[in-house]
Design a protein around this ligand. Structure first.
Ligand code: GLU
Length: 314
């Protein structure tokens, strides 16, 4: 795919019905691309096959199209899972994983979840753990003995004590220290599944994505991702993060807020009413009034979107 134009993407995980927070991000990713006459891609992020299903992916596509959020390439309604489903792409991820291994950039980690919990506190932004480097310090003999044993192992990438800087389309210059914020992060899980951080970078790069618009819960994930872009020799996209929608108590909306999932919204409102509400929350409309996705394109501007999280329900 040539990078002559803006290419945005939807990259949902079909682990449940989308809710207001998910479609807020989907709408703004779509508007940003369309306002620049760009294209949209839909990739199904179903690495976690215990929670994500093809049926849920089909419902998700139907929900996006009901809202009028279309895409130009990627997964297609009515078509079985194909190369735009991450669960079908492990052969591709393996190739890049092997490249990292050949450069001695990764190492096996035998730490259990309980050991990780004991060693460090969860990170405030999204609950990930900063890895203290325990298995990086194993001697070659210790590592070989553990690998030969029955242990399952995850694979982590060695990160330098380095500050990375990027310019977020919404939150401006971000400078974060990779070792302090993340430590050596996982590129393949102990169940053999390639980690989100690795898969998302490979996919966005190979699929020609030039713009990644998503919730600010993933702002700190941009750091490990940028590091992987560098190591794998890919050009990074532009990143733009969005405020999160919250309940009145400040809690982030989640899939368990059933009253705000697409099933409930579709039974009660028209697509234009849902879009009007989202556009109002995003600062694109002065009041929530029915509107189509296409009518919102000329109204899109990062300046109008709040930076703080947005209370979506009282
Ligand atoms: N698949 C992720 C999610 O649904 C989003 C990944 C991304 O936008 O980078 O939370």
């Amino acid at each position: 795919m040539l990078k002559h134009t803006v290419c945005g993407r939807f990259a949902p995980s079909p682990s449940g019905r989308m809710h207001l927070g998910n479609i807020f991000c989907a709408l703004l990713a779509w508007l940003s691309a369309r306002a620049q006459s760009g294209t949209m891609l839909l990739r199904i992020e179903d690495l976690d096959t215990s929670r994500c299903t093809e049926e849920k992916a089909q419902v998700l596509m139907d929900d996006l199209l009901w809202l009028g959020l279309d895409w130009d390439y990627g997964a297609a309604p009515g078509k079985p899972a194909d190369e735009f489903y991450q669960s079908r792409r492990s052969g591709i991820y393996k190739k890049y994983f092997d490249m990292l291994a050949a450069q001695d950039l990764i190492y096996p980690c035998f730490c259990t979840r309980a050991e990780l919990h004991a060693a460090s506190a969860p990170h405030a932004s999204d609950g990930h753990f900063v890895y203290p480097g325990t298995c990086r310090r194993l001697t070659a003999a210790q590592r070989a003995a553990k690998l030969a044993g029955a242990h399952k192992c995850a694979w982590r990438i060695k990160v330098p004590d380095e500050t990375l800087t990027f310019n977020d389309l919404h939150y401006g210059t971000q400078s974060l220290n990779l070792a302090r914020e993340w430590g050596d992060f996982i590129v393949r899980r102990s169940d053999g599944i390639y980690a989100y951080q690795l898969a998302v970078v490979i996919d966005d790069a190979l699929m020609g994505v030039t713009e990644v618009i998503r919730g600010s819960d993933l702002l700190s994930s941009t750091l490990p991702q940028l590091y992987l872009y560098k190591l794998l020799g890919f050009t990074p996209p532009q990143f733009g993060h969005l405020p999160l929608l919250t309940a009145a108590d400040g809690r982030r909306l989640a899939k368990r807020d059933m009253d705000l999932d697409m099933g409930a919204l579709r039974s009660e409102f028209t697509p234009q009413q849902v879009l009007g509400q989202l556009a109002f929350l995003a600062g694109l409309l002065e009041r929530p009034e029915a509107v189509t996705a296409n009518e919102l394109i000329p109204l899109f501007s990062w300046e109008k979107i709040p930076r703080n999280n947005i209370t979506a329900v009282n």
